[in-house]
Design a protein around this ligand. Sequence first.
Ligand code: URA
Length: 236
Amino acid sequence: MRLVKLIANLGYGSRKEVAWMFREGRITDPDGEVLYADDKVEHAHIRIDGEPLDPPTGIVLMMNKPLGVTCSRKDPGRVVYDLLPLRYRQRSPALSTVGRLDRDTSGLLLLTDDGAMLHRIISPRANVTKVYEATLAQDLRGDEQALFASGTMMLESETTPLLPAKLDVFAPRHVRLSITEGRYHQVRRMFAATGNHVDTLQRTALGRLSTDGLQAGAWRQLETNDIAQIFESADS
Ligand code: URA
């Protein structure tokens, strides 16, 4: 790919703006030698104002989504993309969220510009465990663990039962729920079906990848070993 297009696609500016950056001598090799737009140079050997380029296409980011922001670009109000630097919001191909979390759900959210990776993670065959911690409005009634694990639980207006889910009880109103599907508002609807209400909901892990150490609203790029953890069983 031509350098102007490559750099513009990373969100550094329009092609016209990037062409100007070349003319201004802002784009160099690691030794500070000025590069020209038609040079053939590897991504890793390009510097802009002395700084390495952002990572090439094919990235996966993890974010600790705060409450009050939504996942769709079309939603009014603050969206998760607003938490990324402007350049990341202007990349082409664009970043998309891997599934969604509700406005009132916090925790681990992935974003990627890699369509194949997105499908690999959300594919039912990947069987990725999504781990949620919830606080409830009322004490558990007692049969929830068995009901959620049964593989026969039906949600209202659905035609197929939920796959077995694992409920760990920390306290009568504080639980961890591990599911392998991603149905619409699934966790809230599962508790609603038992006559309860989810007060707070946080996704703490996907497989063995957790938000540990990431502040609300913060994000980081995943390395290959982080991505592998997504596909590991949360129990292993
Ligand atoms: N289940 C829900 O109810 N909400 C989410 O955001 C995720 C899972």
